[in-house]
Design a protein around this ligand. Structure first.
Ligand code: DGL
Length: 271
């Protein structure tokens, strides 16, 4: 069995996995949430790199050949180093891809004002990765970043529908639009954020487009597999999905029922 590995610090990557399974249901998937150590957002580069590498090694050890880092923080802070320094050692036929590039590719045609806002973790915003990547493809776009440090903890602690969530979501959306009122497109640059979508929609003015990433990451994976036929041929295709968590299996199962409205086959592991 050679499933596609999908990694996130916690539950956020489930929003990406859902779209991938919708578009590419024939593949097998192995999801890993490092829930015991989430959130990653405010950790240093060294810690995020170490945690992400451990997760990548765990997925490779369980048969994955292709891994999607369904986490912006890991994509921003660990992906390049893993690709350049670790993959040659871990196996030339293995690949790790992130979520930032597919989002950036999609954003150009979506904004008319050419003013884009990035809502993400402090780690992702401060890394400057989005601004750098956007300017490589779309140099005319002005990017404003806003860290939303409370949003991931709200999701990881099941507070995504509470009045507390209203306060923090409103504060950050109003904050970024105050910095740049010309923004017409808001990137949800953290895979947890679609789980707060009801609140985000409530506080985003009409005329400002909200851009979650799942659809673009899934489409990009599809194109990747169409052009990398060697990799595609190696992946197993029986349509299964299994889950690994560094927290307790029971806790993950409960959350999956909450976020995905389904029961899942989950195993607890240590990294
Ligand atoms: N889902 C991760 C991301 O996309 C959240 C990071 C965190 O754990 O803070 O950035």
């Amino acid at each position: 069995m050679t499933p596609i590995g999908v990694f996130d610090s916690g539950y956020g990557g489930l929003t990406i996995l859902r779209q991938m399974r919708q578009l590419l249901p024939q593949y097998d998937y192995l999801y890993l949430g490092d829930n015991a150590r989430a959130p990653y957002g405010s950790h240093s580069y060294e810690v995020i790199y170490k945690y992400t590498l451990e997760a990548v090694e765990a997925l490779f050890a369980r048969g994955c050949r292709l891994i999607i880092l369904a986490c912006n923080t890991a994509s921003a802070k660990a992906l390049r180093t893993i690709q350049q320094n670790d993959l040659p050692r871990l196996g030339a036929d293995r690949r790790v891809l992130g979520v930032i590039r597919p989002t950036v590719e999609a954003i150009g045609p979506l904004t008319r004002s050419r003013h884009v806002g990035l809502l993400a973790t402090a780690g992702t915003v401060n890394s400057g990765s989005y601004t750098l990547e956007i300017h490589k493809l779309w140099p005319d776009i002005t990017v404003t970043g806003q860290a939303c440090p409370m949003w991931v903890p709200l999701v990881e602690n099941y507070e995504f529908d509470s009045p507390g969530a209203d306060y923090f979501v409103k504060k950050r959306i109003e904050g970024i639009l105050r910095i740049d009122p010309q923004i017409d497109t808001l990137i949800l640059g953290c895979t947890h954020y679609p789980l707060l979508m009801n609140k985000i929609v409530r506080y985003t003015p009409p005329g400002v487009r909200i851009v979650p990433q799942g659809e673009y990451v899934a489409e990009s994976l599809k194109r990747y597999l169409e052009t990398h036929t060697d990799m595609d041929a190696r992946l197993s295709k029986t349509g299964t999905c299994r889950y690994l968590t560094t927290e307790s299996a029971g806790k993950f199962r409960e959350s999956a029922a909450l976020f995905m409205h389904s029961m899942v086959d989950v195993e607890a592991i240590s990294l």
